[in-house]
Design a protein around this ligand. Structure first.
Ligand code: ZN
Ligand code: ZN
Length: 512
């Protein structure tokens, strides 16, 4: 009785997780001609294409090619999204995944995202907004050159680009989303594309930084959404039940049974630092590809969608159980590598069936020790030492025979081990996070070490990576402390130990 009253109290004000309003968002369906993706308009040097190289497993998308034999190139991809209703929220967030190859260059910064606003079902043009993104491409090239080169080791990697705008007029009922470039001046028709693999448009009542409406003074200072009305799960974790959702809680309002989190409710699972993050949202499904091995070590003949690549169970045990199939949700090289681009790695990417138990409320161990040279003291085990938010495991910096493994990875910084487990030894730039990391503030979370402490992306603040932080230098564990995040690890591109240097918390007792 009391439990049901508490549950009712939990159902306060909340919004549903925003849905993607774009149709054919992954460019996989063809239009009537069979030559272009359904629902999109392509102009100039834009092609529907496989977005990668012959030694990669990748997906269909758009190639904006910066090379044109006639001289300057230009092109665009766009979709008119109809059915926009102001009552569903004033804020529109346009986002896409892209990877600019090293040879893709343009003059005058002319790579941009555009939103065009229309009424009368998209026939009456009203206004538009634009954001240029070329400097972000250049910044990534500069910051992550140290991670590897374009063909290997994850230098130029997949990332998200984002553009947020408020609906300018109440009569807007359609929005045209465009990614375009002009003044393309690539010098050869190779490594000269900007690949785009998905489009999304979300409509919501608030902006990403909590604004309801943009008044001049209010903008950057509104406090983030609070945890009021949410179910505390321990540590920094919270859950916001859906309307009518039954969650097992005791009379004190604590979890008394299992709470299962999948992609469907991943936007209701929050981690609190300076804001509320949904670390796993958008990362819990994956494609098991033809040529991979399934969980029974059988060769997969047809791509299969895994709705449960990552699932999480919270309960009263003090541990969160991450069940993972360990299939990456981003492009990979083809493994086994028979052409030598990945060091002739003989292993497969295989579907696994692993459960990792991470403390919900990690505790720092005063007696913890970090790795000595070549991990001679065994501070970090071989095999999994943590998990990225897409369920792919982090390893320590070494492969068999204690060779530094950070230079024999595919373009997304991963490769499979002899037991066919795909893993990262350093910052996997391809791992998507719900907050886009533009390098303009502290990076978002990209994963968790097995001791339960979070692993953040590379940046400490605008223009500075954590590895270069003089105010709060990283210790031998690759961690430091601040008041809003507590103790946390950072990935350190180009700087050993790349992910974690040891468990600063208690060494996992029941890791798998
Ligand atoms: Zn390895
Ligand atoms: Zn930090």
């Amino acid at each position: 009785m009391i439990a049901s009253i508490l549950l009712t109290l939990l159902l306060g004000t909340h919004s549903e997780a925003a849905t993607n309003l774009v149709s054919n968002p992954n460019f996989d369906r063809a239009d009537a001609t069979g030559k272009a993706p359904a629902g999109y308009e392509l102009t100039g040097n834009a092609r529907w294409a496989w977005c990668g190289y012959s030694d990669e497993i990748t997906t269909k998308g758009i190639s904006l090619n910066g090379f044109d034999a006639k001289g300057s190139s230009a092109g665009s991809v766009s979709q008119l999204v109809t059915g926009i209703q102001p009552k569903n929220g004033k804020w529109l967030k346009f986002r896409f995944r892209g990877r600019a190859e090293d040879g893709f260059t343009v003059g005058n910064d002319l790579v941009g995202m555009k939103m065009g606003f229309y009424s009368n079902g998209g026939t009456n043009y009203l206004d538009s907004g634009q954001r240029l993104i070329y400097r972000e491409i250049l910044k990534d090239r500069k910051d992550f050159a140290v991670n590897g080169n374009d063909g290997k080791n994850g230098a130029t990697a997949w990332r998200s680009y984002e553009f947020e705008e408020m609906l300018p007029f109440a009569e807007v009922d359609a929005v045209k989303l465009t990614v375009e470039f002009k003044n393309g001046n690539a010098t050869q028709n190779k490594f000269s594309s900007f690949y785009i693999t998905d489009f999304s448009l979300q409509q919501s009542a608030k902006s990403s930084d909590g604004r309801v409406a943009p008044t001049a003074k209010q903008s950057a200072q509104v406090s983030p959404e609070s945890t009021a009305g949410m179910l505390p799960l321990g540590g920094r974790w919270f859950y916001r039940p859906a309307q009518g959702e039954s969650v097992p809680i005791d009379t004190a309002g604590h979890l008394s049974g299992d709470l299962n989190v999948t992609e469907a409710n991943s936007a209701r699972l929050f981690y609190q630092d300076e804001r509320l993050e949904n670390p796993f949202a958008g990362n819990m499904t994956a494609w098991l590809r033809k040529g991979n091995l399934d969980v029974n070590r059988q060769l997969v003949n047809e791509d299969r969608y895994l709705t449960d690549n990552v699932t999480i169970t919270f309960n009263a045990s003090g541990y969160m159980a991450l069940h993972v199939r360990n299939i990456p949700n981003h492009p990979t090289a083809k493994f086994p590598d028979t052409v030598g681009t990945q060091g002739y790695n003989p292993s497969y990417i295989q579907e696994h069936n692993d459960t990792y138990y991470l403390p919900v409320n990690p505790v720092k161990n005063p007696n913890a020790v970090a790795m000595t040279d070549r991990d001679a003291n065994g501070a970090l085990n071989m095999g999994p030492v943590g998990l990225a938010v897409n369920g792919v495991v982090f390893y320590n910096p070494y492969d068999a025979n204690m060779v530094d493994a950070s230079n024999i990875m595919d373009r997304c910084c991963g490769h499979p081990s002899p037991d066919n487990r795909y893993h990262y030894h350093k910052y996997p730039i391809c791992v998507n996070t719900p907050f886009v990391d533009k390098g303009e503030s502290h990076s978002p979370i990209i994963g968790f070490a097995l001791d339960g402490f979070p692993v953040y992306g590379p940046y400490e603040r605008s223009g500075e990576m954590a590895k270069d932080d003089k105010e709060r230098p990283l210790n031998a564990f690759n961690a430091h402390f601040d008041d809003v995040r507590g103790w946390h690890y950072h990935v350190t591109p180009g700087k050993f130990p790349y992910i974690i240097g040891g468990y600063m918390g208690n060494r996992p007792q029941r890791s798998r």
